[in-house]
Design a protein around this ligand. Structure first.
Ligand SMILES: Cc1cc2nc3c(=O)[nH]c(=O)nc-3n(C[C@H](O)[C@H](O)[C@H](O)COP(=O)(O)OP(=O)(O)OC[C@H]3O[C@@H](n4cnc5c(N)ncnc54)[C@H](O)[C@@H]3O)c2cc1C
Length: 86
């Protein structure tokens, strides 16, 4: 819920022509990708061992989600930059 409200607000601001603040972008990327991973991890668990087999789409979704925490500024480095600005 926090993520949805926050990210929706950022999207609305962008649509309204407001400039996206770097910290807001970093927070959205960190929170969104972290939440994406925790949700897909729970979904994968439902499939048991099949969830780990690449023949199943859930395994590909899991790999794709995990990557989101690494690219575009790894989440650890984003947290570091956000903390320094506080
Ligand atoms: C498939 C793929 C596609 C990519 N595409 C692009 C692209 O199109 N454009 C582009 O610019 N880049 C791209 N990248 C690069 C991507 O942005 C980097 O992989 C990412 O920034 C992480 O850098 P790194 O791989 O050098 O890891 P490193 O910086 O070496 O990090 C390794 C680990 O250490 C952690 N870490 C690093 N610094 C800190 C710190 N200060 N505190 C705590 N932990 C830390 C990281 O979180 C990570 O877990 C791509 C990478 C991949 C794998």
């Amino acid at each position: 819920m926090v993520g949805r409200v926050f990210i929706d607000t950022i999207i609305k601001d962008l649509v309204d022509g407001k400039e996206l603040q770097p910290n807001d972008a970093m927070m959205a990327k960190w929170w969104g990708s972290d939440k994406q991973c925790s949700i897909i991890d729970r979904c994968l668990q439902l499939f048991g061992g099949y969830g780990y087999c690449t023949e199943y789409p859930i395994a590909q979704l899991f790999m794709d989600a995990r990557f989101a925490k690494i690219y575009g500024g790894s989440n650890e480095t984003l947290k570091d930059v956000i903390a320094r600005s506080m």
